[in-house]
Design a binder for this molecule. Structure first.
Ligand code: GDP
Ligand code: MG
Length: 440
């Protein structure tokens, strides 16, 4: 489906000026893409309303390339909703800085405790992990393992004391950090499978007891539309200061991020992307925006394509294609231009939904461009202008002249014909011409 969005945006690209209908069509697709990425309806409505308003405004009408502007607006607005710049962790004026983790069971809190500790340690800090999840029998052990992997200290209740009090452990942990001069305390807490009053009360009590500088709400990006209700429950129950999105290595589009940010007003601070302690990074709103829309790097693709193709030249070629006058000279010329734009593979890699073409792309390498050049340059001017002249004996002569085989020559001619055909088809849809891609 977001392939459809990409298509819509691509089609817009050929138009000189945007009509209200164009904008509405695009906005409809954006709306659909967001809903499919699990953004909540409320947020989608607000978002598309804003995009529509800006897209119809002066800003776009005056723009040189209106479609590009729409893409830009969509992207800007998404990045804006996601929090613009990434927010950094708040440090306490007087150490230790206390970070409390909250969230449902399985969200990734304990893993995150290790990731944060490792990350902080790498920056020269001395974090202490505090095991305030006494709900599950092995929760403390799990935090111990994580602490060891991260190479940091842990504060945990003495074993064999029966069921301990998580609030007391949290408080004692912070005390321990103060007396032993740890500059960060990360308090791991218990979660339940669903939102639960007792759990909230416990979390709220821990929060009150340790007065944290940050309360990070940890949420699994895979839980989709449930994210909103869960986030709101935690906001009411514990009141978090920031969000950590986990399991972004899965195929969730992360629309939850957009909803949570928008509905709770709390910034997303970190993204967790795997089970390993290194799979963790500060949250980047711009990357998330692309992920949600699956825009790939459409923007930079458009930029590169525009650098590579002289607009006038492209128009001339498009006319030739439409009139069946595309020649091997044009084919070679465009191929050389493309080469100037950097590797074709890299360029295609930026197009969303091109995964399937990867194999064929791998076959189409720089060496092939060199061979293609050699073959075309061995042709006479007449042959290049009119490939139909290329009979068997001419092909043999060309093969000898270029140091290639007749099969190579045949393949090139075939690819040229396919390219010409494909380009004729796409030229109606108005995609940027990509000669040499005909073999796919
Ligand atoms: P907690 O109950 O909130 O403490 O969650 P855990 O930290 O125990 O994590 C639950 C499961 O999710 C574990 O199997 C983790 O290895 C896994 N996990 C945590 N974060 C990520 C992540 O970013 N990506 C993936 N794929 N798995 C994760
Ligand atoms: Mg845990």
């Amino acid at each position: 489906l977001s392939a459809r969005l990409t298509e819509t945006l691509k089609n817009l690209r050929t138009k000189g000026k945007l009509s209200a209908a164009d904008v509405d069509g695009t906005v409809r697709e954006i709306r659909r893409a967001l809903l499919e990425a699990d953004v909540s309806l409320e947020v989608v409505k607000e978002f598309t309303g804003r995009v529509r308003e800006r897209a119809l405004g002066d800003e776009v009408n005056r723009a040189l390339n209106p479609a590009q502007q729409v893409v830009q607006i969509v992207n800007d607005e998404l990045v804006g909703i996601l929090g613009g710049e990434s927010r950094r962790l708040q440090f306490a004026k007087n150490p230790p800085t206390v970070i409390m983790l909250a969230g449902l069971q399985g969200a990734g809190k304990t893993t995150l405790a290790g990731k944060l500790a490792k990350w902080l340690k790498e920056q020269g800090h001395t974090p202490l992990l505090v095991a305030s999840d006494l709900q599950r029998p092995n929760a403390v052990t799990q935090l111990g393992v994580v602490a060891e992997q991260a190479g940091v200290a842990i504060y945990a209740p003495e074993p064999g004391n029966g069921v301990g009090d998580p609030v007391k452990v949290a408080k004692d942990g912070v005390k321990e950090a103060k007396s032993k001069q740890y500059d960060f305390v990360i308090v791991d807490t218990a979660g339940r499978l669903g939102v639960d009053e007792e759990l909230m009360k416990q979390a709220a009590n821990i929060r009150r007891a340790v007065d944290p500088d940050e309360v990070l709400f940890v949420i699994d990006a895979m839980i989709g539309q449930d994210a909103v209700a869960t986030a709101q429950a935690f906001q009411e129950g514990v009141d978090f200061t920031g969000v950590v999105l986990t399991k972004l290595d899965g195929d969730a589009r992360g629309g939850a991020a957009l909803s949570i940010r928008s509905l709770t007003g709390r910034p997303i601070l970190f993204a967790s992307t795997g089970e390993g302690l290194g799979d963790f990074e500060p949250f980047h709103p711009d990357r998330m925006a692309s992920r949600i829309l699956d825009l790939g790097d459409v923007l930079s693709l458009i930029e590169q394509a525009q650098q590579a193709f002289d607009e006038d030249e492209a128009r001339k070629v498009a006319e030739k294609i439409a009139n069946d006058q595309f020649t091997l000279d044009d084919f070679l010329g465009q191929m050389q231009q493309l080469r100037g734009a950097g590797s074709i593979k890299k360029m295609m890699g930026m197009l969303p939904g091109m995964g399937k073409m990867k194999e064929q792309l791998d076959a189409f390498d720089e060496r092939e461009i060199v061979h293609t050049e050699a073959i075309i340059q061995s042709m006479t001017r007449a042959e290049r202008q009119n490939p139909k002249l290329l009979n068997g004996s001419r092909r043999l002569r060309i093969a000898r002249g270029s140091g290639m085989t007749v099969t190579d020559v045949n393949q090139l001619v075939q690819r040229f014909e396919q390219a010409a055909k494909m380009m004729k088809t796409v030229s109606k849809g108005g995609m940027p011409q990509m000669p040499g891609m005909g073999a796919m």
